[in-house]
Write a protein that binds this ligand. Structure first.
Ligand code: FAD
Length: 383
């Protein structure tokens, strides 16, 4: 693997860094306090091409490789994880999944809007009663003539109240021969679909996280994404790439923690000199730096494997597991460097820690990533 960046990749990273400094950084604290990112950011992300990375230009995408996608995701995560998550879901989990599994008609209908930021997508897998055990989901899809009728509840759905289209997973059959889950593309304004914002989150406060309730939601047969019964494979393939995106966002959090800790340690004086002169402060900083490098290298390896067309799902779990735990450690260490000032939101590190914490929970908890890795190593499924 070539660990250097090409000129194009370096340019994409610079573009992302400038975008974050101009469009995101000035608003981060206000959005976090208001519990809402300004929705105008979505079209800006689309205009600069960040919502179309790796998607073909014939569908409005901006092409590019997965390492470029990781570089942009890292920079967004460094700026504001709430914004990073909007992209990771609308592009990473929804648009890319439509590109990979959708019919030509579905691609043409949804991808230009999703990649330009005219439309937002959300990923409806988790339910109140099924999180880690997603295959046991209870939302039902019943075929009636040329339609599907959907009933059920989805929980913790990122972009839920903003979304124009829901990539929804529902049980369409009890056939014991397969898992019986199918994937559907449900326009969010379909009658019977209601959404409730979930407030009071520890982190990612700027993001619209919602509960979705489906009561006799009727969609045409053409809303089925991929063959009936393939929905669980669709979800798992989306999450395998999604975990790389979460990992890249975590690298961004850890890098932001490092930048903040180094800056503050050089300025804050105690015992007559900047705290950077104290060995135990250097220990905190160097621990963050090692976490940043290790998380980044694991994440880049996943991108490299995808771009070379090799299997990557287990490596993606490793990267997500390590990077999410590393982001929590890094943000916590940075908060320690800031002392009491780290505990108030005039300084960035408290938010980094709050935002980092969910990364060990969603798209598969750390325990679930370990079971994925353990299954690959032992051949035994211990779920
Ligand atoms: P549970 O599955 O109930 O787990 C509880 C605990 O038990 C965890 O520690 C878990 O690791 C452990 N556990 C469970 N099973 C095992 C096992 N077999 N072995 C060992 N330990 C186990 N979901 C979506 O579909 N779309 C989204 O866009 C989305 N966005 C989210 C945004 C936020 C802010 C949050 C908080 C969640 C989001 N989720 C989303 C849901 C998320 O993916 C789930 O919360 C996650 O999968 C865990 O499920 P759970 O919360 O039901 O926990």
């Amino acid at each position: 693997m070539n660990l250097g960046l090409s000129e194009e990749q370096s340019a994409v990273r610079r573009l992302a860094r400038d975008f974050v400094e101009r469009e995101i950084t000035p608003h981060v604290v206000a959005w976090d306090r208001a519990e809402e990112v300004d929705r105008a950011i979505v079209k800006k992300l689309g205009a600069v091409g960040f919502l179309g990375l790796t998607v073909g230009e014939e569908y409005g995408g901006s092409g590019g490789d997965h390492l470029s996608y990781c570089l942009v995701t890292e920079e967004l995560g460094r700026g504001d994880s709430s914004v990073r998550g909007i992209v990771s879901v609308s592009l990473g989990l929804v648009a890319k999944t439509i590109a990979a599994w959708g019919s030509e008609e579905q691609r043409r209908r949804w991808l230009p809007g999703l990649t330009s930021g005219e439309l937002v997508g959300c990923f409806g897998l988790t339910e109140p009663g099924t999180g880690s055990d997603a295959g046991s989901l209870a939302t039902r899809a019943v075929r009636e003539g040329d339609s599907w009728v959907l009933n059920g509840t989805k929980m913790f759905i990122t972009n839920g109240t903003w979304a124009d289209v829901v990539l929804l997973f529902a049980r369409s059959t009890d056939d014991p021969g397969h898992r019986g889950v199918s994937a559907f593309l449900v326009p969010a304004d379909t009658p019977g679909l209601t959404r409730r914002t979930i407030h009071g989150k520890l982190g990612l406060r700027g993001q619209a996280t919602a509960e979705l309730v489906l009561e006799d939601v009727r969609v045409p047969a053409s809303a089925l994404l991929a063959p009936e019964g393939k929905g669980f494979s669709v979800a798992m393939s989306a999450l395998a790439k999604g975990r790389m995106s979460v990992a890249a966002g975590c690298v961004g959090i850890a890098q932001a923690a490092l930048d903040a800790a180094v800056g503050y340690a050089g300025e804050r004086e105690q015992f007559g000199r900047p705290i950077a002169h104290h060995q135990l402060v250097q220990e905190l900083i160097s621990d963050i730096a090692v976490d940043v490098d290790a998380a980044r290298l694991l994440t880049w390896r996943v991108a490299d494997l995808i771009d070379r067309g090799e299997p990557f799902a287990v490596e993606s779990s490793k990267a997500k597991l390590f990077a999410s735990e590393a982001a929590v450690r890094a943000a916590n260490n940075a908060l320690q460097v800031f002392g009491g000032y780290g505990y108030i939101d005039e300084y960035p590190v408290g938010k980094l820690l709050r935002d980092a914490r969910v990364m060990t929970l969603y798209e598969g908890t750390s325990q679930i990533q370990k079971l994925v890795i353990g299954r690959a190593l032992t051949g035994v499924s211990a779920f």
